[in-house]
Design a protein around this ligand. Structure first.
Ligand code: MG
Length: 196
């Protein structure tokens, strides 16, 4: 077992979103919701949110799977390559939303357990910490960067003094519209520009 976080002495903190960046949340959600995969995926690639094209609120259905929903998420093929590269630049942590504790507290419990078990299983060789909060901007600072596929999260994080990298829609990479190595190259450049 290698703790990749020990391999550098940089003080840059790199926060990595789970869903849409390393975990294929959308594929599993589309399956569970019983939607047509190809047509739904193509709509989502344009930047539309799943909640906006679902006839019911998706969490009313997804929550019924409890924490099992999270256990079944596929890892994107670039996940380990990305994490290994990021560990060369700073301390890496996953930063993911556990949901809204005031609107769906029972869902937060499921997400917390499911995401914890998922990261523990998939990243046991890396020992990457997991921080769960809906309010990612609490981790923002001059030496921190958030990698996230949601523009709102990036906007909040940068407004609170952090740096941000908007990860493209993952199906743009999976479908070959974008090359992962180009995305990673852009991300590396962004991190190198952070003033230590
Ligand atoms: Mg996300």
């Amino acid at each position: 077992m290698v703790n990749k976080n020990n391999l550098n002495s940089s003080n840059i903190q790199i926060f990595v979103d789970l869903d849409g960046v390393v975990a294929n949340w959308e594929k599993r959600a589309i399956e569970v919701l019983g939607m047509d995969f190809e047509s739904t995926k193509n709509i989502l690639k344009t930047g539309v949110d799943l909640e906006d094209i679902c006839e019911v609120h998706p969490w009313e259905i997804l929550d019924k799977k409890h924490n099992e929903f999270w256990n079944e998420l596929e890892l994107f093929p670039w996940a380990y390559q990305m994490i290994e590269k990021l560990c060369e630049f700073g301390e890496v942590s996953f930063l993911s939303s556990g949901g809204n504790i005031y609107r769906r507290p029972e869902g937060v419990g499921n997400a917390g357990l499911g995401k914890t078990m998922w990261v523990s299983d998939k990243f046991k060789n890396y020992q990457i910490p997991l921080i769960l909060t809906k309010h990612k901007y609490f981790c923002a600072g001059p030496n921190s960067i958030l990698i996230d596929d949601t523009a709102k999260k990036i906007d909040e994080f940068t407004r609170y003094g952090g740096h941000g990298f908007l990860f493209p829609h993952p199906y743009k990479i999976l479908d070959g519209d974008l090359k992962f190595n180009d995305v990673l190259g852009e991300l590396e450049t962004k991190i190198m520009l952070i003033d230590k």
